[in-house]
Design a protein around this ligand. Structure first.
Ligand SMILES: *[C@@H]1O[C@H](CO)[C@@H](O)[C@H](O)[C@H]1NC(C)=O
Ligand SMILES: *[C@@H]1O[C@H](CO)[C@@H](O)[C@H](O)[C@H]1NC(C)=O
Ligand SMILES: *[C@@H]1O[C@H](CO)[C@@H](O)[C@H](O)[C@H]1NC(C)=O
Ligand SMILES: *[C@@H]1O[C@H](CO)[C@@H](O)[C@H](O)[C@H]1NC(C)=O
Length: 415
């Protein structure tokens, strides 16, 4: 593998500000301009701390979003929703939003601006089934461009309605591959989002950031690794939120495996084990899925072949967690201290291995070494089926769009 290509590949995503590139061409997107003049509007206004608002993923006490695909969900009466974004919003951040099970719409939002996201003209707004009351959802597409919620507005005389969380929860801990780097709608085109949203009626959290290692060291500009950062993100409130990991999927090691970051196999295994131990201590009943790595493809003579990475190490990690030695005296880790702590009760096996070999082929990876939209969908589809077969989770999404703008078809019956 050429180092230069890797360097290019894992640099943080490009700053696109509402422009989506497709094979080097600007995609025709028609993002509506949703900014309005708040003074001229007649609204009922709620603060960002209103109890009817459900924040998904990690947000801090000032309601600034972090990581990949963080969201905001609430119900409302009437036909109007507007959001005022706080000063800590990165200007022009692209968000996806929708009501009920209608398709996503995207718009770029502004720091300090008020954006009208639902009106009497929004498709589906006058319908009362199958989703009632109307459910609004918003997700941030880029991991690095946080938004801050300042106020949420509904029509005068109308109200926000609390929507209880779904009972199933899945969390992804990863790097750029899980964050959706170089996919069309970034976080909302990633395989992780595709699994979370694709399961249907499931809360999902994508704790992923481009360039990050599992080992606790600087990797591609990230000062710390996930073995630390997952526990102590720049966030104080998320632990109190409604997070509960039933299934935690980990895809880490692509950056550790890169010689530019110089992580030894021992350091990788040590950090990976500590991360799983920490997840186990925090969510004692969670099932953990370790993902086999795919590092990219290369021409091999007159065909193509795949680079993997840390193959034996990942096998050994999964074996360790399923050993009698570990299960009889499981340990946990809190992200900062040097030593691990033994848990009081023995564990049942909870670590699984999801083998990705054979899912992707060379043309599922774009020039920047990340899955294409199709590649992400392939990984998501296989992982969805794996979760269904392994944990008995039914796929209950039976219609609403998951991946936006993936409708490619042929309407010509012969050429
Ligand atoms: C989104 O941001 C881009 C870049 O700043 C800008 O050119 C475009 O007009 C914005 N679109 C809307 C609808 O505000
Ligand atoms: C929400 O409440 C917390 C705790 O009272 C406060 O620190 C924070 O500033 C509030 N956030 C907003 C956006 O009002
Ligand atoms: C919803 O009903 C209102 C009032 O009849 C109408 O003005 C509006 O166009 C309708 N919206 C949609 C999306 O059909
Ligand atoms: C890589 O790590 C090894 C062992 O810790 C160290 O000896 C070496 O100098 C490092 N190389 C680079 C380029 O940082």
């Amino acid at each position: 593998m050429e180092l230069k290509k890797w360097l290019l590949a894992l640099m943080l995503g490009s700053i696109v500000e509402g422009t989506i590139l497709q094979n080097g061409q600007v995609r025709d997107t028609n993002f509506p301009d949703t900014k309005i003049d708040l003074v001229a509007s007649d609204f009922r206004t709620y603060g960002a701390n209103a109890s009817e608002l459900s924040y998904k993923g990690r947000w801090d006490s000032k309601k600034v979003s972090y990581w990949s695909a963080p969201g905001l969900v609430f119900g409302f009466s009437g036909d109007t929703v507007a959001i005022t974004f706080g000063e800590h919003t990165i200007d022009k951040t692209l968000i996806g939003y929708r009501i009920g099970g209608m398709d996503w719409t995207f718009t770029n939002v502004t720091a300090g601006g008020t954006h009208l996201l639902v009106s009497s003209k929004t498709p589906g707004i006058n319908e009362t089934y199958p989703v009632n009351p109307q459910r609004f959802e918003m997700r941030v597409s880029n991991w690095g461009y946080g938004v801050q919620i300042d106020k949420v507005h509904v029509g005068a005389g109308e109200s926000l309605i609390k929507i209880p969380p779904y009972e199933r929860t899945i969390e992804f801990i990863g790097d750029s591959l899980s964050a959706g780097d170089f996919q069309s709608y970034e976080g909302l085109s990633s395989f992780a989002y595709g699994v979370g949203e694709g399961l249907g009626e499931t809360e999902y959290y994508v704790t992923a950031f481009p360039g990050i290692c599992v080992a606790d060291q600087e990797c591609w500009g990230n000062p710390r690794g996930q073995v630390h950062q997952w526990f102590y993100s720049s966030d104080t409130s998320w632990r109190a939120a409604e997070i509960w990991g039933d299934i935690v999927v980990i895809n880490l090691g692509t950056n550790d495996n890169n010689i530019a970051n110089n992580v030894s196999a021992e350091a990788y295994v040590d950090a990976y084990k500590k991360l799983i131990q920490g997840v186990h201590g925090k969510y004692p009943s969670a099932q953990v899925v370790v993902m086999e790595l795919w590092l990219g493809f290369y021409q091999y003579g007159n065909s193509y072949a795949q680079n993997q990475g840390f193959q034996q190490e990942l096998e050994d990690i999964v074996t360790y967690f399923n050993s009698e030695e570990y299960l009889s005296a499981p340990v946990t880790w809190d992200g900062t201290t040097e030593t691990t702590k033994t848990l009081d009760t023995p564990s049942k096996p909870f670590v699984y291995y999801f083998r990705t070999k054979g899912i992707l082929q060379h043309n599922d990876i774009g020039p920047q070494w990340h899955p294409t939209d199709v590649g992400a969908i392939k990984v998501a589809s296989h992982l969805l089926q794996y979760i269904k077969l392994t944990f008995g989770w039914d796929l209950v999404a039976t219609g609403p769009e998951v991946f936006h703008e993936t409708l490619y078809w042929n309407d010509q019956d012969s050429y």
